[in-house]
Design a protein around this ligand. Sequence first.
Ligand code: IVH
Length: 665
Amino acid sequence: MDNILARYNELVSLIKKYNQEYYINNISVISDYDYDLLYKELVNLEKDNPDIVSERSPTKLVGDIDNSSVVLDKKIKHQVRMYSLENSYSRDDIIDFIDKVKKVVDVDVKHIEFVIEPKIDGAAVSIKYSGGVLVEAVTRGDGVVGEDIFENIKCLGVLPETIEDKRELIIRGEAYMPISTFNKLNIDREAEGETLFANPRNVAAGSLKLLDSSKVLARGIKLFLYSLDLGRKFNNHYDDILYLSKLGFPVNDNIFKFSETDDIMDSIFKIEKIRDKLNYELDGAVLKVNDYSIREELGHTSKYPRFAISYKYKSESARTKLLSVTYQVGRTGAITPVAELEPVQLSGSVIGRATLHNNDEIKRLEIKLGDTVIIEKGGEVIPKIISVDRDIENIDGRDIEIPTVCPVCGNALRSDINDVKDFCINRDCPAIVKGGLLHFASRDAMDIRGFGVKVVEQFSEHNLLKDISDIYHLDRDEILKLEGWKAQSVDNLLEAIEQSKAQPFHRVLYSIGIKHVGRTATKLIVKQFADIDTIMNAKEEDISTIHGIGSGSATTLVNFFKDDVNRKVVDRLRSSGLKFEKETDLLNKTALDKSFVITGKLSHERQYYKDLIESYGARVSSSISKNTDYLLAGSDAGSKLKKALELGITVIDERELNTILTVNS
Ligand code: IVH
């Protein structure tokens, strides 16, 4: 038992640490695959030993981070406190709120104006402009003190660089991730076998705190500004919001101004109605007294302003019947159960299917065929089954049959102790072949335009494609014999295939489709190994020592190349002219002609920064001279820092290093 407890505590603290690194600092200290292994071990330990389960276990903080353990980079005290909002849920609550406001205010004021606006579901930020430029950006934190997110906000590219108003302005708003961006991010993560993000809010909040500012831009975070807290121009909120918009700040379009309760409620429902047509998530509406002098009179409680309240919408869900469960086979052979539902309206569309993720989820829900289920749609493309409605009886509900053979090829399935899913391991399984071909030609891979599902299905059916290497041996006349093809369309396709040969090595490696080796991993591997032969002959430990690659991915990579069939496919692709080595020309062309010196304690080993800098074609030397361009200095930097300052050399931190490398190359 002592051993179990020790391992349990170790797992809890390890996973918490990785969550922290991943969600807050966005550093993958471990691959997603290895993370999943640890997580699964923790889940199993908890299942087998319910007595030891801690309330602080990461399994109890699904999709969230334990904020108590966040190490803040730099704290900033808010010049004006950031309050949160009291919640309300009904028309009666709103009437109470309006009555209270009226009671406090002067008897002469009959018609108090209220502004009604969407409550965006993201992360609150406070920004400061002075002299017409952005000078500060801070998270809400506890409302008194927040975290410095200046670099990250600056590089989002959504705020005006300069504004004509040169006074000191404090503006607040909500940072959010558009739903389309979130879906794309998760589709990519799913394709790479990584765990999915829980919702757009978490990603937005986490992204603002990324250490590497260049990655924040890639996350596509946007902002809506919803209040001017210092430097007010008008005597009311509505006009100030219009003013912010005129200055070039992004503000929300769906803002209403009314005095009568009926109009106010109508506006709240109007916002709810357009909710599913918007490309961002909102969880309610905010009702605010418009006039600043009335706001002054009302004041605040210890937590909330008395002049504003939020009206929370119910989360969108629907009730329907589970008709059957089908099983999809992915390109890696992973089997995913899909719930086939009685079609039902949800958030403006008809839903007939929902994901059941894996067999553990079926067990967790204790779900049977014919059960009435509650489905919900968050930011995700595919709705989820949240629960079973036990009030509706399902007397002869049959158990869901978990397949033991592949639903596509009939081959026996193998369960993988490292994965919650079962796998088809027949490399000739039509579903795996088709998935592999589609992955190979997809936009982020070889990007072969016109090579989609229909083409893959038709060509496979006529035996023109057995594996990815056949793509480069397609015969023009054979295609012309097929239904629907004309000379021009065949030539277009063959031209697109020909052009794909110019794709760089890291893309080719990604396109091959090695399990657990995604886009980031292939880039990291190619940075380290110049050509395919070195990679094919590398040992597991050579690969797993690359920062950002875990031992799980290293194992699958090495096993992949141990297989003769895979090696043959690579050889055939190579003889077709695909790039299987790093282009040195390209590196030289974009090489960063700068010299760096590294000193002090940094968050990674010194070698890591050396490799990174050199991968951009720049130089790293061990001592400072007048030819040094930058000193990368961590904490406790000593004589090198002193010398750099004497010589007037630019001293940079880790964030600035990333900006310099990405901006200049
Ligand atoms: S006003 C003093 N307006 O909701 C009032 N807040 O608990 C301060 N939020 O995290 C907030 N949309 O960031 C206001 N249109 C909106 C909002 C909004 C989203 C967030 C806010 C805070 C939470 C309030």
